[in-house]
Design a protein around this ligand. Sequence first.
Ligand code: PEP
Ligand code: MN
Length: 366
Amino acid sequence: MSMSEELNKLRAQIDEVNGELLTLLSRRAELTKQIGDVKVAQGVNRFDPVRERDMLDMIVASNPGPFDNDTIRHLFKQIFKASLDLQQQDHQKVLLVSRKRQPEDTVVAIGDTVVGAGEKTIVAGPCSVETEEQVMKVAQSLSEQGVSLLRGGAFKPRTSPYDFQGLGETGLAILRRAADAYGLKVISEIVNPSDMEMAARYVDVVQIGARNMQNFELLKAAGDLNLPVFLKRGMSATVEEFLFAAEYIVSRGNSQVILCERGIRTYEKWTRNTLDISAVPLLKQESHLPVFVDITHSIGRRDIQIPIAKAALAAGADGLMLEVHPDPAVALSDANQQIDIPQFESFMDQMYSSGLVQREDKLVRS
Ligand code: PEP
Ligand code: MN
């Protein structure tokens, strides 16, 4: 027999063994599923470490070689793990926020503004609410520009405890008055679960900030709300962790969640954070939730905002968030990155003239 004939014969035998292994694995999987059903009926936990240990000991005791015991243990642990996964309920494997669960896009309605239905939405306003006059000026500009979502921080999660912490409920009341005066909707960050009910009296959308993306009690409280939630990605969070954070909210019954990429921490110093543009199409692909990009906090500078905004929209973002202040130089927070009102007007002009964003007041609603 030639070398190649011999090789082919051995390969044919390997193929046969692969087939047998597959049959055995499938048989084992069927049995595991049946065991899972019995365990559910008995109300006992699917994972049984004592039984796993017994099985491993039994297998290793009859290991004929040539694999050593550690290798055999490792291989069988993989099989056990796959079997346990098979026993898990669907919802533990496929998240509610996943497109596998819901192929069609989630559309979030904030008054007349519909987010995630194809049109691009702008959220703008000051970093912090400072005075009524300040917010009124910004609100007026938003309404003139055909932008309907007014942002502003009343509870500011600041790195230093000595920095301006926000006006709290007074700030929310200012936002509400300004929004009502100009027919806008309010989006503002809440940092404490016990403030959710109070906030619902003032805001139309609750923001959960980057620093709180994994504040699970806050996420649960947002999940119990009857208001849309604007969830920002943690500055060191993976895309998967971000989606799990959203799952906390959706699994409590609140499906009105908007995701916002706001830049992640890297070694780069010329931008405040590094905008993870790949997160946008990834999130859109993996999840049915609308995705926004915060073009202020992600880069922390004004000079490249327009190309960044265009990149975000081209990557599939449903909208943009940006900070606007009547006089950024004297702002109590983020003075270096906010744009003033003329800059905002010019920004909006460029968004409209490029055709990337449509004026909301020109959108025909059905
Ligand atoms: C904000 O949007 O006001 C804010 C504090 O942003 P982030 O949570 O993304 O840092
Ligand atoms: Mn800010």
